[in-house]
Ligand binder design. Sequence first.
Ligand code: PMP
Length: 303
Amino acid sequence: MLIQSVEQLIGHTPLIDLQIDVPNHSHIYAKLEMFNPGGSIKDRLGQYLIQDGIDKGKINATTTIIEPTAGNTGIGVALAAQQHHLPSILVVPEKFSYEKQTLMKALGAKLINTPSEDGIKGAIKKARELEAQTPNSYVPMQFENPANPAAYYHTLAPELIEDLGQPITAFVAGAGSGGTFAGIAQYLKEQNPDTKAIVVEPEGSILNGGPAHAHRTEGIGVEFIPPFFDKVTIDETMTIPDADAFAQVRKMAAEQGLFIGSSSGAALAASLKLAESLPENSRIVTVFPDSSERYMSEHVYEV
Ligand code: PMP
């Protein structure tokens, strides 16, 4: 394969039929998003958000892109901004992984850290402040921009249908901004109203009504209900403890040769649990957003 730019490597990731024991002889298929060039599902979003801003006339040749992010979106946005020769400033709560923050800087982005205890809301506030102070700046704002779910509705979701070529019983995905889940769930339900959509969160996230607190599972978990959820039917919300997510992270490396991040581990733990209540031979499709390699500093493989 001869390519001219890294952007050509975004999307069309493999869907793996996991060779693991699943209850009721069902199958779990996982989209391996770590194979995007920036190492995560968020490369799709970065590319889409920047293109959307250009198409809508909000970004010109000298616009500074500013975005609050847990990290992977920052890498995706920094990559897309670099491809368009645009400066980027990313606002990241300091708790997020050293590897992700280092990669953003390596791509040429400027990083602003906000206190961990202020959560993503603190990063959003800071991004808005920077926007007010920076002439000709644009904040794509993944947490409320309809281009976020649209990025997955138009790219990843059709790929899933094409990759599998058979009806999908259930779709399982974690939620941070909620864009991945909402965009894909909407598309899959339009294609097949029988497909169930299950959203996954760690303990400490508020979707199931539990109290907000810190968690180790990185990239998912919400402090407010994503606005994108208004437009999609959620059949079930599964809350996965960190320990269950990390157990799957270790198991995938040890038994399948797959280096998955903790949000992937949570998605897999939820898919396995879900299979217990689904009919025999169900096809469960999920997404593995990134790789464990960007969490080595957080000792992902050490109990
Ligand atoms: N997993 C990881 C590792 C992520 O970085 C993110 C994005 N924060 C997600 C899952 C959740 O994706 P979304 O924001 O689309 O809900």
